[in-house]
Design a protein around this ligand. Structure first.
Ligand code: ADP
Length: 363
């Protein structure tokens, strides 16, 4: 099966239901052949955007372009877009073969073409031997693959996936996301994937867009969003982050002085992208924080804060500590090795902040 690759572009897309704005001035460009995730919490507008691309929703403002051509007025069946739904939407009374063949029969393809295409699609998802079963005789993962086969068999220009893995149990979800990625690579089909699960987006997508309350927050690779979040929301949603509000009171060529609310003054080495004086949030990841006993000699390359352990969680590979520092609570993860003893609640500790790993966010 060889499919052509298209780009998709949303320009200034806005959509409201009555007085409720669900998408606000969304701008995204998805490259040909890209595996792109729309990531955001429930209600952020992800499905609305996906359904808009499929043609099931209409935006009030903006343009939607496939390969540079505005498809705003094109009805769903003429968009040549394939969509896999969360619940798979398979026909329960039809065999796997007939489910996959359905779209081709509707398009009045010849018997020969149908046999060839359905055979190839079932082969692609590894379900050839189940062709005569009904969906109820398949596992959740297999039903998912039937739904994928049924969608790619019509050779869509774009593949849209709405939370395709959320009905599967944890182990199967991990396995299916690899299968999905392999399938997408094999087909090279421009694919847009909706999920609220950051790990799912990070492990499958080439790039992702983070949405919150209908507003696009940031677009980029998983690593770019994780390392350089544009704002508090992205910092907290893609991975976990310590977020300490405060104010940059002073900056010179080498250092910046940050007055952290409820914590006190911190002097950090200046980095190029640091904002000037004014309100800011200091963001840093739990795994970049060192935790030491209070009286241990510490090296001066980090900025150290005194604190007291409130609670600890042993996760095997790491121990996660919640440490009270003034009025703030900082989460620190420590890699675990056999023989390393845990800090107990109440322990007086010192937290080392690695200055190259902090970001100052201004919104
Ligand atoms: P997500 O997929 O991110 O969970 P949705 O796109 O499903 O979010 O929904 C975004 C917002 O739009 C939600 O607040 C939801 O209640 C609202 N919404 C979705 N569909 C409709 C509709 N048909 N009428 C009114 N509000 C809707």
């Amino acid at each position: 099966m060889s499919l052509n690759k298209v780009s998709l572009e949303a320009r200034h897309i806005s959509l409201s239901y009555g007085a409720t704005e669900v998408l606000r001035d969304v701008n995204i460009r998805i490259e040909p052949g890209e595996f792109f995730a729309l990531l955001g919490p429930s209600g952020s507008g992800k499905s609305t955007l996906l359904r808009l691309i499929a043609g099931f929703n209409q935006h009030q403002r903006g343009e939607l372009l496939i390969d540079g051509k505005d498809i705003t007025g094109t009805p769903p069946h003429l968009r040549n877009v394939g969509m896999v739904f969360q619940n798979y939407a398979l026909w329960p009374h039809m065999t796997v073969w007939d489910n996959v063949a359905f779209g081709l029969v509707e398009r009045k393809e010849t018997g020969d073409a149908i046999r060839r295409k359905v055979g190839a699609a079932l082969d692609l998802v590894g379900l050839s031997q189940f062709a005569q079963r009904r969906p109820s005789q398949l596992s959740g993962g297999q039903q998912q693959r039937v739904a994928l086969a049924r969608t790619v068999v019509i050779e869509p220009k774009l593949l849209l996936l709405d939370e395709p893995l959320s009905n599967l149990d944890k182990n199967l979800r991990v396995q299916m996301r690899e299968e999905l990625k392999n399938l997408q690579r094999t087909l090279g089909l421009t694919t847009i994937f909706v999920t609220h699960d950051q790990e799912e987006a990070m492990t499958t997508a080439d790039r992702m867009a983070v949405l919150d309350k209908g507003v696009l927050q940031q677009v980029g690779t998983a690593a770019a969003l994780f390392d350089y979040p544009a704002n508090r929301f992205v910092a907290g949603f893609v991975g976990t982050a310590n977020l300490v509000d405060g104010k940059i009171t002073h900056a010179n060529g080498e250092t910046v002085t940050f007055q952290a609310d409820g914590v006190g003054q911190m002097v950090l080495p200046r980095t190029p992208e640091m904002p000037g004086p004014g309100p800011a949030t200091l963001a840093f990841r739990p795994h970049t924080v060192n935790i030491r006993v209070r009286d241990e000699h510490v090296d001066a390359s980090r900025t150290w804060l005194d604190g007291r352990v409130e609670s600890s969680e042993f996760l095997g590979e790491t121990s996660r500590y919640r440490v009270r520092v003034g009025e703030a609570v900082v989460v620190a993860n420590q890699s675990h090795f056999a023989g390393l003893s845990l800090f107990q609640p109440g322990a007086a500790v010192r937290l080392g902040i690695e200055s190259t790993q902090v970001r100052f966010l201004t919104h």
